[in-house]
Design a protein around this ligand. Structure first.
Ligand code: SF4
Length: 295
């Protein structure tokens, strides 16, 4: 079996930075260390940090009081958090350590700029994703999150305000195909809306590292029978990679670790590619490669 490893493997710069900052915080034994939710979307890495002393706060801030945050340091993960929650941490006596990825920060700033300039803001992405939640928090939730054209149409039908200026950004890890189809859809699928709009401003908030991973995954999918996508089950960028591989016509198998592979799926396969999400350590991909090489 021919096995190709993705060149864009291992942590992306934003995740590497967040882990480095967490490790620095953990080196100071004098202060308890927390993170707001899992620091990255990879349970194995989160467990490793927990073993070193990092405690994961629940997503619900109503439960933070019980954690005893006074005098602690709290790492804000690469996805960022709404400013209200940063203030809540400080009110509870914690020192926030901001590990928000600089690319995510740019998306937050783009959202604030567009809303500040009077644009009706659309965010292409997943409304349940913490990054989108954080962006919404930076604009007092004055934005519409869309993942499918259907949602845009539904929003328009319920709309009573005149829409003259439309601003558009994306969750940093959205795949290019989804983004393109939503941008096109905004112009072509809701003609009543575009008749009303006089100005449309798009700020490119897509992450370069993610785009490079997606482009490589697409190329690998076109040249291989099967692609193993390694990453956290709750990792949005990993799921986008799987979707891209399937769109390219390849079979895609998504796993968190090599042990999850069903080896019977590889019986008739001669060319396999191994790709990984932004929060997947390179060693996880290597483990998959070693296992497959032994078949
Ligand atoms: S995927 Fe991109 S935006 Fe997300 S943390 Fe990594 S570098 Fe930052």
């Amino acid at each position: 079996m021919e096995i190709t490893m993705a060149r864009y493997a291992g942590f992306c710069p934003g995740v590497r930075r967040a882990i480095r900052m967490a490790e620095e915080v953990l080196r100071d034994p004098g202060k308890p260390a927390f993170s707001v939710g899992p620091i990255i979307h990879n349970p194995q890495v989160v467990e490793e940090l927990e073993r070193k002393g990092l405690r994961v706060l629940p997503e619900d801030p109503a439960e933070w009081e019980e954690a005893g945050l006074a005098g602690s340091r709290v790492i804000i993960r690469s996805h960022g958090i709404p400013p209200l929650l940063t203030r809540r941490l400080m009110d509870l006596g914690a020192e926030p350590v901001d590990a928000t990825c600089p690319t995510v920060k740019k998306a937050q700033k783009a959202a604030m700029r567009l809303v500040g300039e009077g644009y009706h803001l659309f965010i292409v992405g997943n409304r349940e994703h913490p990054e989108v939640e954080a962006i919404l928090g930076h604009v007092n939730r004055d934005a519409v999150v869309i993942k499918e054209i259907r949602e845009l149409k539904e929003w328009w039908e319920g709309q009573t305000r005149m829409v003259r200026k439309v601003g558009l950004i994306a969750q940093t890890t959205v795949d290019l195909l989804t983004f393109r189809s939503l941008v096109e859809g905004l112009i072509t699928e809701v003609p009543e809306m575009i008749r009303e709009v006089s100005e449309m401003k798009l700020i490119n908030t897509l992450c370069r590292n993610t785009l490079a991973r997606q482009a490589e995954a697409l190329q690998l999918a076109l040249a291989h029978d099967l692609v193993v996508v390694v990453g956290g089950r709750n990792s949005s960028n990993t799921e986008f990679l799987r979707k891209i591989c399937e769109t390219a016509g390849a079979r895609a198998v998504k796993v968190e670790t090599a042990e999850e592979l069903d080896l019977s799926e590889f019986k008739e396969v001669s060319r396999v590619a191994v790709v990984g999400g932004a929060s997947t350590p390179r060693k996880r991909l290597e483990e998959v490669r070693r296992l497959l090489a032994g078949l």
